[in-house]
Design a protein around this ligand. Sequence first.
Ligand SMILES: [Zn+2]
Ligand SMILES: [Zn+2]
Length: 176
Amino acid sequence: MSYPKIPPDLQPIIDFHGHLCPGLVLGYRAAKAGMKRIHAMRSKDEELVAIVENDSCAVDAIQFMTGCTFGKGNFFFRDHGKHVYTLALRPHGRGVRVSLKGDVFREEERDERIEQILSMDEKELFDVQDVTVDLPQQARIHTSVPCSRCGEPVMETRVMEKDGKGYCIPCYHELP
Ligand SMILES: [Zn+2]
Ligand SMILES: [Zn+2]
């Protein structure tokens, strides 16, 4: 059994994620499929947004390859348990939806499955559709106020109130 051949542009993603696994390779293929299509429709000044519908290893490849990250507020997780990856452009929401086709995997063994995902034709692996999506609001910066119990600063919009005092969420849940 030979170890799967690693394409050069996959290696930095493995380094980022910490290991090579079928999920990561699936995300790598999905990001490639989506990015190819979005490059064709993207113009200057349009910001790329990624929406993922699972929180598996695959989404690390999506973050790495698209540059969309949780911290920047252009990466969104919808907990649907599906291998569906949508890349869209701000502000208009035009984009591409990449979804894994059903019953595509013949291989059960891990390395063989990685090999299979790497070598499969894109059209056999995914459905790729042009879509227009309603994009989530851009993150705004809010001022912070100190929690009345622990004193740590809390973003204004997350403060919980009780008896005229403001608390952070963990403290609020511990109030008598
Ligand atoms: Zn993994
Ligand atoms: Zn607190």
